[in-house]
Design a protein around this ligand. Structure first.
Ligand code: ADP
Ligand code: MG
Ligand code: MG
Length: 206
């Protein structure tokens, strides 16, 4: 199996395990802000993605596009098309050979896709508030000629800070927007999911 495809396969295995273990926690957050299904949705999507047979896939870019399609078709809800779009767009722009600047560009493409699809901005208390800081961190790392392994660690840390920052935000998009300022005090579950995806990716990329 090609190097990058092997990394995607190993990341998928760990990511699916973490979503399985944290599904209840994510459902609880989504019960406070929405309809309580975000953990179940993501665990189902990653379980389907993990079952993909990626052995005949030639490059990481194609593997990530397959992941995107699996998420679109199995996650459902608002988050399925949004996470799916991220992987479809990032995959379509994934560099070969894999290096920091190319991965930063792929993330920017993925982020732009999510923002267009969900019509959301930074600060709306969504997954974007974890994804955008991660994308920024990758671009800064690329400009500083930092290796991909280290860049992914800084991106994961940025996603985790972004996740935590959603606690004090007022929801402007998705079901949680119905709560308006009553959404303050709870971390956005989609932002937690982005942080999980980035932290597990940092363990396998670069
Ligand atoms: P649903 O709200 O349909 O039940 P989920 O519970 O799986 O879907 O996902 C909710 C998450 O989706 C939110 O926590 C938020 O991060 C993300 N989300 C919802 N709407 C948007 C949007 N318009 N733009 C970006 N992210 C969004
Ligand atoms: Mg929900
Ligand atoms: Mg739902």
């Amino acid at each position: 199996m090609a190097d990058g495809v092997m990394a995607v396969t190993q990341w998928l295995r760990e990511c699916a395990e973490v979503f399985d273990a944290r599904a209840d926690e994510l459902n609880k957050l989504d019960r406070l802000l929405g309809d309580g299904d975000h953990g179940t949705n993501m665990a189902r999507g990653l379980a389907a993605a993990r079952e993909l047979d990626l052995t005949p896939v030639a490059a990481a870019s194609d593997a990530l596009r397959h992941v995107g399609m699996a998420l679109v078709s199995t996650v459902g809800g608002a988050s399925g098309p949004l996470f799916g779009t991220f992987f479809l767009r990032a995959g379509a722009n994934w560099p070969r050979p894999i290096q920091t600047a190319g991965v930063a560009s792929a993330f920017e493409a993925g982020l732009a896709g999510v923002m267009a699809r969900g019509n959301a901005e930074r600060g709306d208390k969504t997954m974007i508030d974890a994804l955008a800081p991660a994308s920024d961190a990758l671009r800064e790392a690329a400009l500083a000629h930092i290796s991909l392994g280290e860049a992914m660690d800084t991106a994961a840390a940025a996603a985790e800070r972004g996740r935590d920052n959603t606690r004090s935000m007022i929801a402007k998009r998705g079901r949680s927007a119905l709560l308006a300022d009553k959404s303050i005090g709870v971390v956005d579950p989609g932002a937690v999911s982005v942080a999980i995806i980035l932290r597990t990716a940092a363990n396998h990329v670069g």
